[in-house]
Design a protein around this ligand. Structure first.
Ligand code: GLU
Length: 516
């Protein structure tokens, strides 16, 4: 998963795109590129390496244009090199396209287009799509949005794309399927990005494109959204709650350290307005309408991947202990490919930091299709999981940029604790005095975390001794068992460069991120 950013407005697009790509660097990538439209002139710059390499490559050349798009690539088809970097162009050179995701049926489409005279420069699956759109435009005589729509009808896979056409210099066409895209709406300007981080400094008004939807942004007629079946959709404008300062490093050496130190605040924010010591109650507004269903649940299924799965394991202990409900915790990527038994009176709790985890989304759809009630726990307001679940609670951890999760995990555990306490109290499975004791202990946690962080010198001393170890054994029983698993995952992510579950490319991006 890497990055897309695009702009159409009155300003110079290039600095906005470069800045936006830098905001998306945390997602990991191997090459970067931009395309700029200035009237009928289409200019493309792209190269392997970092966004700063792209800037050096562009240096001194004209970057005129108030329409443009930028991309950071995480190679899936063809090695990371200058030619495979996006944007890709049609044979005529009229169209340029950027893509995040995978076109699964690119090979037969490529073979057919080659027979029809198209020549391919790169080894990517993406390039096939731009040739296909070009081919449809010519043979069907349709405009760009319609050609994109028809092309997507023949494509199998996951994508977020943006397309530009030098014959239509005031137009951007975008579409998404299983790969997020957010549209920012400013004064006489529009932005597109893989997530809101490049947009927040320009506007707080955003529209989240849904799966199977296309956005047509025209300088004169503004934004139109339609689905791939050609039905018009009314854009629903969300207001971003993200603040720019939350995306900066705030004086810390790297994001992960900053996020570790943010935990007293993030845990407190996750409890804010939900824990009322005076009244002796827990209130989770987002699941209020489903409170009785939770209390009556015969079984809870918790779905997640990686860190969220570990938080789910803590949740299992909490729900069993405090609410006396049987819980099964499932790896979403396994669950979605089985034929799992899901009943209509099951409660499914889906956990994801970003709210965009593709496997968790697919697992939710499966469970929803079988009639279960789905409760989401995620960090990103308005994200896909927040939208597809019946109800849910945000974690309010703030943006987590470090891929090795810290504050998102503790915020997830906080929300799960509140949920278990709420159900336990309503169900009568926690005695009154025990309930009050637990509420008080929970309330005291942010201060305790603060105290732990004050021991940073000791932590650094210990870390220095063990930092070059090639193996480590994490032990834990009870609630500490999932925490030990999560600790071991962190160590793998940061030190050991695992080649197994976590792809190598991804942990290269991590080590880069930690070195910054
Ligand atoms: N599959 C495309 C490629 O390998 C896009 C990868 C991405 O998501 O950046 O170029």
């Amino acid at each position: 998963m890497c990055g897309i950013v695009a702009y159409l407005g009155d300003k110079d697009a290039y600095p906005i795109l470069i800045n936006g790509l830098k905001r998306l660097e945390y997602r990991g990538y191997d090459s970067a590129g931009v395309a700029l439209l200035n009237g009928g002139d289409l200019t493309i710059f792209k190269c392997q390496g970092k966004v700063s390499d792209l800037e050096a490559h562009v240096n001194g050349r004209s970057t005129k244009g108030s329409v443009g798009m930028g991309h950071t690539r995480w190679a899936t088809h063809g090695p990371p090199n200058d030619v495979n970097a996006h944007p890709h162009q049609s044979t005529s050179g009229d169209l340029a396209l950027i893509h995040n995701g995978i076109i699964e049926n690119y090979a037969p489409i490529k073979a057919e287009l080659s027979q029809r005279g198209h020549t391919f420069r790169s080894e990517t699956d993406t390039e096939v799509l731009v040739h296909l759109i070009d081919d449809i435009q010519r043979t069907e005589g349709v405009d760009l949005p319609e050609a994109v729509r028809l092309a997507l009808e023949s494509v199998v896979g996951a994508y977020a794309i943006v397309v530009m056409d030098r014959k239509s210099p005031d137009l951007l066409v975008a579409a998404r399927k299983s790969s997020p895209l957010v549209i920012g709406i400013g004064e006489n300007e529009h932005f597109l990005a893989s997530d809101a981080t490049p947009i927040v400094e320009h506007t707080k008004n955003v529209v989240y494109l849904e799966d199977g939807e296309m956005a047509v942004i025209d300088r004169h007629s503004g934004l139109k959204i339609r689905n791939v079946k050609n039905q018009d959709k009314t854009p629903f404008i969300h207001e971003l709650e993200m603040h720019l300062e939350a995306l900066e490093k705030g004086g810390y050496d790297h994001f992960m350290l900053k996020e570790i130190h943010e935990q007293p605040r993030s845990v407190r924010d996750s409890m804010r307005g939900r824990l009322n010591l005076a009244k002796g109650e827990v209130m989770l507004g987002g699941v209020k309408d489903y409170e009785q269903k939770l209390v009556n649940a015969k079984r809870i299924l918790i779905l997640g991947c990686g860190t969220s799965w570990h938080a789910g394991l803590v949740g299992e202990y909490l729900f069993e202990d405090l609410a006396r409900i049987p819980v099964e915790v499932e790896y979403a990527s396994e669950f979605r490919y089985r034929n799992p038994i899901v009943n209509e009176d099951d409660i499914v709790i889906a956990i994801s930091q970003s709210g965009e985890t593709a496997d968790t989304l697919a697992a939710i759809e499966l469970a929803k299709g079988r009639g279960a009630t789905i409760i989401g726990i995620c960090n990103v307001v308005g994200s896909s999981i927040a939208r597809v679940t019946h109800a849910g609670s945000y974690t309010h951890a703030g943006p987590e940029i470090g891929v090795a999760s810290t504050k998102a995990f503790t915020a997830q555990v906080t929300v799960l604790t509140l949920m278990a306490l709420m159900i336990g109290q309503k169900k009568g499975t926690i005695g009154g005095s025990n309930f009050h004791r637990l509420l008080n202990e929970l309330e005291a946690i942010p201060d305790k975390v603060q105290k732990v962080l004050q021991t940073e010198a000791q932590i650094r001393y210990i870390a220095d001794i063990y930092k070059d170890a090639t193996n480590a054994l994490y032990l834990g029983r009870g609630y500490s068992f999932p925490v030990a698993l999560e600790g071991a995952l962190k160590l793998k992510e940061i030190r050991l460069h695992p080649c197994g579950r976590i792809p190598r490319r991804r942990d290269e991006a991590w080590s880069y991120r930690l070195d910054r």
